[in-house]
Design a protein around this ligand. Sequence first.
Ligand code: ZN
Length: 189
Amino acid sequence: MKREMFFCGDPVLRKKAKRVREIDDSIRALFEDMKETMDDANGVGLAAPQIGEPIRMICVREDLGEEHEVHCLLNPVLVEGSGKQEGMEGCLSLPTLYALVIRSEKVLAQGTGLDGNAVQIEAEGLLARALQHEIDHLNGVLFIDRAEADTLSWMVPDKSDEDGFRWDPATFEEAQERFNRLREARDSR
Ligand code: ZN
């Protein structure tokens, strides 16, 4: 079932999430919900707090040419990081806001899979970025906390641009106001 998104300003996004101690039907059902919610929003990753569940569980989407695979990690940790990548980063909990965030180019993440077995993911590029971003969520950290100064921008659809969008400068204050309105709209439904 697709779930409501929690937005910047919702307290759950700033909490340290709790460890998963037992893999039961509720965890398996939560994974299905996370996958559906992430796919529906065209995301490459989602952390459980983003749908209001303060537990240490993430999913990330790995593109494999035509196909893709969604990995689920319980209690994930980064055990290694190397290199450096610079890129504009966004988040489903801060829709259309982006900023330049410097991340490790390669990471090794470890956690537990839904079957209870240990999982290791060696990643680089976008998948490595997604893993770092989602694990941050479990510690109450958002990408705006790691953004390079003065790079906060709105992605605005623009047909006159060859990419189909342009960047408009943003401030934390106006971003928070916009997300407050999204939360109010969600809560009044
Ligand atoms: Zn996010």
